[in-house]
Design a protein around this ligand. Structure first.
Ligand SMILES: Nc1ncnc2c1ncn2[C@@H]1O[C@H](COP(=O)(O)OP(=O)(O)O)[C@@H](O)[C@H]1O
Ligand SMILES: [Mg+2]
Length: 374
C-alpha cells in the first residue's frame, strides 16, 4: 500500500459493504453516526450533520461510508476522514473499516462521477505486469477467457493472479469454484483466494448469493481500487484483470490510476460485425493503454458428438476486423459445450485438462501474450 496515493485518492470503500440490505446492523450504524458528531469538518460543523455524509453501512465483516466533498476540498477533509475512520474502527470490533472521500466533478462530461483524479499512474505492489481483459459488451465470454488465459500463463510457469473488476457482474468465484470470503489480516489487507494455483480476488465472494452491488460511480471505483491495492498479491508475475463490459467509470479510474501493461479485447463474431469492440479500443487509445490484440471467442462450433468443426460465422472475419482496427489478432477460441460446462462447474478447461483440445486455444493466446509483454 502506498501512503502517497492513500492521501490523494478517494480512499476506501467497503468491499464487504455488501450485505447491507440483509445483515445491516442499524444499532452500530447509529452509534457510529453519533460518534461522528465529535469529528470537526473544514469550515465548522461536525461530520454527523454534514450533508455529504453517506449512509453508514455495517455488515458482519465491515463498516463503510463515504464523505462527498466539493472538488478541491479533498486534502482539507483528510483529517476529518482519518478521525472518522478512527471513531468507526473503535466501535466496530474486528470489522474492516473503510471511509472514502469522494469529490464529485460538477461538470466534467468526460469523467462523470469519476471522483478525485490522482496525480498519475502507479504500479501495484507485488505485481510485475497487469493485463486486463475487456470487451465491447457483456456475454461475449470475457470472464471465461480471462480465467483460462490466467490459468494458461500459470501453466507456462508464471505466478499469476486474477482480479474480478466486473463489480456489477462478478463471475470469477463461480468460474474458479471459489467459496467463502477472503481472509482479512490484522492490518486490514486481504489475503486472496487460491484456486488452481491462481491468486484470486472478487467482490462476488463477499456477496450473499443473488445479491447485487448497488454502488454508484465513486463507491465502485473506490471499491475496485481497494480490491486491487489492499490485497497481498505476494509477488505476481502477471495479474489478469477481468474488466466490466464496455467503457465506464471503473475503466477510466483504473486506467488513470494504474499502470496497465496491456489489454486483450474479447469479441464474438457477431460483436465484431457490429464493431462494439471498436469503442473499447478507442477509449484505450485515448487513455494511452496498449491494446495487446483481439481474441475471437465462439469463433467456430465443435460438435460434441462428431468433433466436426462448423464455421457458422464464416472464417477470417476476426482477422480482417483486427486488421481494420490496426491491432494484432491473438487467435480464435471455439464454441465448445465442455467450455461452458467446465466453467459452470468451477473447473475451467485449462485447469482440468491443460493438454486437452479446449485448453489449446487459450494456451496459444497466452504464449502470444508472453511474447508481447516482456
Ligand atoms: N468458447 C466458449 N464455448 C462455450 N461456451 C462459452 C465459451 N466462452 C464463454 N462461454 C459461455 O458463455 C457464457 C458467457 O461467458 P462469460 O465469460 O460469463 O461472458 P462475459 O464475461 O463476457 O459476460 C457463459 O455461460 C460461458 O460458460
Ligand atoms: Mg464476465
Amino acid at each position: 500500500m502506498d501512503a502517497g496515493l492513500r492521501r490523494h485518492d478517494t480512499g476506501f470503500v467497503a468491499l464487504s459493504a455488501l450485505n447491507q440490505a440483509i445483515m445491516a446492523d442499524t444499532d452500530l450504524a447509529a452509534q457510529i453516526k453519533a460518534a461522528l458528531a465529535d469529528v470537526e469538518i473544514p469550515g465548522g460543523g461536525d461530520l454527523a450533520t454534514y450533508g455529504g455524509l453517506s449512509e453508514i453501512i455495517v455488515t458482519p465483516g465491515a463498516i463503510a461510508f463515504a464523505i462527498a466533498v466539493a472538488p478541491g476540498m479533498e486534502a482539507a477533509f483528510g483529517p476529518a476522514r482519518d478521525a472518522a475512520h478512527k471513531a468507526a474502527q473503535a466501535l466496530g470490533g474486528s470489522r474492516k473499516t473503510m471511509v472514502s472521500l469522494t469529490a464529485e466533478k460538477s461538470n466534467s462530461p468526460k469523467f462523470g462521477h469519476g471522483g478525485v483524479q490522482p496525480q498519475g499512474k502507479t504500479r501495484v505492489n507485488g505485481v510485475r505486469r497487469i493485463i486486463a481483459v475487456g470487451s465491447g459488451k457483456g456475454g461475449v465470454g470475457k470472464s471465461t477467457t480471462a480465467v483460462n488465459i490466467a490459468l494458461s500463463l500459470a501453466v507456462e510457469g508464471l505466478k499469476v493472479g486474477i482480479l474480478d473488476a466486473d463489480l456489477y457482474g462478478p463471475s470469477v468465484p463461480k468460474l474458479l469454484g471459489i467459496e467463502g470470503r477472503p481472509a482479512i489480516r490484522d492490518d486490514g489487507i486481504f489475503t486472496p483466494h487460491e484456486a488452481f494455483g491462481l491468486k484470486a480476488m472478487s467482490i462476488g465472494s463477499m456477496l450473499v448469493p443473488g445479491q447485487a452491488v448497488v454502488w454508484r460511480g465513486p463507491m465502485a471505483t473506490s471499491g475496485l481500487r481497494q480490491l486491487l491495492r489492499e490485497t497481498d498479491w505476494g509477488g505476481l508475475d502477471v495479474l489478469i484483470i477481468d474488466l466490466p463490459p464496455g467503457t465506464g467509470d471503473i475503466h477510466i479510474a483504473l486506467f488513470q490510476q494504474t499502470v496497465v501493461d496491456g489489454v486483450v479485447i474479447v469479441s464474438t463474431p457477431q460483436d465484431l460485425a457490429l464493431i462494439d469492440a471498436q469503442k473499447a479500443i478507442d477509449m484505450l487509445r485515448r487513455m494511452s493503454v496498449p491494446v495487446l490484440g483481439l481474441v475471437e471467442n465462439m469463433s467456430y462450433f465443435i460438435a460434441p458428438d462428431t468433433g466436426h468443426r462448423y464455421d457458422i460465422f464464416g472464417t477470417g472475419g476476426a482477422e480482417k476486423a483486427a486488421e481494420r482496427l490496426d491491432i494484432p489478432f491473438l487467435g480464435p477460441i471455439p464454441l465448445v459445450m465442455s467450455i461452458r460446462e467446465g466453467s459452470d462447474a468451477g473447473t475451467p478447461p485449462v485447469s482440468s485438462q491443460p493438454d486437452g483440445p479446449e485448453a489449446a486455444a487459450y494456451r496459444m493466446i497466452a504464449r502470444r501474450l508472453i511474447s508481447a509483454i516482456p
